[in-house]
Design a binder for this molecule. Structure first.
Ligand code: DGY
Length: 334
C-alpha cells in the first residue's frame, strides 16, 4: 500500500457551471477544480477573478469571455465552451490574449434538429395551446370547427435560414414529411449537400414569401441581429409559422409579439429569446406562441457528450495538443 502523501501537482481549472457528478469526479482526478455545482451564474466581476487564478476554464453560453473577463487572466490557456454556439466569446480578444477558444459541434446536431422539428410541429398543430385549453376546462365536445385547428406540415414548404449541420439535419427530417425544402444561407451548399437534403437555395426575401414554415438555425453575429423584424415578418404568409432555435437577438421579439397579436402570421415557436432567461412579457400574453427554455440540445445523452467534448478540448489544450474543436487556430502554439 502506498502511504506516501499524494503530492502530484494538479493544474487549477474553473468549471463555471454545474455538470454531471461523475464528469466532475473524473476532472478532479487530474485538476484542482474550482467548481460551481450550485449552478449560479457568476457575475462579470466574479468571472474575471476566477479566470485570473486558473489555466483553463469550462464555461457555457451564459459566461461572456471578453477583454474585460480576460484582463487579469495571465496564466489562462484555454476556455472550452460547453455549447456549439459561441457568441459569448469575443474571439479576437481571446486570440489577442493567447487564449484558445473551443466549442462542441457535431455531438448535438441530431438532438437539436429533432427538437427543431418537435417545436415546429407543436407550433403548427397548436399542441401547447390545446393542452392549456383542455386543462382550463374548455373541452366539452369533439367539434369539426370549434377545436383548435392547425396548419399542416406534410407536403408544405419549409424555409430554413442557416444551413449548417443542424439546418441540414432539419431538412433531412422534413423530407420524411414530404415537405419541399428551400433554404437561405450566407454561402450556398455544395451541389452534393443540396442534393442530399433535396434543398433549393433561394434569397431570404423569396424564402419568407414562399415558406409555409420558417425555421431559424443561423449563428448569432452582429450582422445577423434582427434577421427577422417588422419588414421580414411583413413578407411572410398570414398562415405561416416561425420557429427560432438559433439565438435570441436573431428575431426582434417585440416586433414578433406585435405581429402575432395582430395575426400577421399564424404562430411562432421559440426556444431562445432576446435577454433570456427573461422573456418579453408581450410574448407571454399570447396563445399562438410555443415557448421553451433554450432546451434544443437538452437530452441527457447529448448534454453528457457536450461536456465530454469540452473536457477533451480542455485536456488537449493543456497538454500542448491541438484541441479537436479549436475555433481560433492562431492561438495554438506548438
Ligand atoms: C448550443 O450548443 O449552442 C446550444 O444552444 C446551447 O447553448
Amino acid at each position: 500500500m502506498n502511504t506516501q502523501p499524494n503530492t502530484q501537482y494538479k493544474p487549477k481549472i474553473l468549471l463555471a457551471r454545474a455538470i454531471f457528478p461523475q464528469a466532475l469526479a473524473k476532472l478532479e482526478e487530474t485538476f484542482e477544480v474550482r467548481s460551481n455545482q450550485a449552478d449560479r451564474v457568476l457575475s462579470p466581476e466574479e468571472l474575471q477573478k476566477e479566470l485570473s487564478e486558473v489555466v483553463g476554464a469550462l464555461v457555457t453560453g451564459s459566461e461572456c469571455i471578453d477583454a474585460k473577463a480576460l484582463a487579469h487572466a495571465k496564466d489562462l490557456k484555454v476556455v472550452a465552451n460547453i455549447s456549439v454556439g459561441y457568441n459569448n466569446f469575443d474571439v479576437p480578444a481571446m486570440t489577442a490574449a493567447g487564449v484558445m477558444a473551443t466549442n462542441t459541434p457535431d455531438v448535438l446536431t441530431d438532438t437539436t434538429a429533432d427538437f427543431g422539428f418537435a417545436l415546429l410541429m407543436a407550433t403548427a398543430r397548436r399542441i401547447t395551446e390545446s393542452e392549456h385549453w383542455v386543462r382550463n376546462g374548455h373541452w366539452d365536445k369533439w367539434s369539426i370547427v370549434n377545436n383548435p385547428l392547425g396548419m399542416d406540415l406534410h407536403h408544405s414548404t419549409i424555409g430554413i435560414i442557416g444551413m449548417g449541420r443542424i439546418g441540414q439535419g432539419i431538412a433531412k427530417r422534413a423530407l420524411g414529411f414530404g415537405m419541399k425544402v428551400i433554404y437561405h444561407n450566407r454561402s450556398r451548399l455544395s451541389e452534393a449537400d443540396e442534393k442530399a437534403c433535396h434543398a433549393q437555395y433561394v434569397s431570404k426575401e423569396e424564402l419568407l414569401r414562399s415558406a409555409d414554415h420558417v425555421i431559424l438555425v443561423l449563428p448569432y453575429t452582429a450582422e445577423n441581429h434582427h434577421t427577422i423584424g417588422v419588414k421580414e415578418i411583413a413578407l411572410m404568409k398570414p398562415t405561416a409559422t416561425l420557429v427560432n432555435i438559433a439565438r435570441g437577438g436573431i428575431v426582434d421579439d417585440l416586433a414578433l409579439a406585435q405581429a402575432l397579436k395582430e395575426n400577421k402570421i399564424f404562430a411562432a415557436g421559440l426556444d431562445v429569446f432576446e435577454g433570456e432567461p427573461v422573456v418579453n412579457p408581450e410574448l407571454l400574453k399570447l396563445s399562438n406562441v410555443v415557448i421553451a427554455p433554450h432546451i434544443a440540445s437538452a437530452t441527457e445523452k447529448t448534454r453528457r457528450a457536450m461536456v465530454d467534448l469540452a473536457v477533451e478540448n480542455l485536456r488537449a489544450a493543456l497538454a500542448g495538443k491541438k484541441p479537436p474543436s479549436l475555433i481560433n487556430a492562431e492561438a495554438f502554439k506548438t
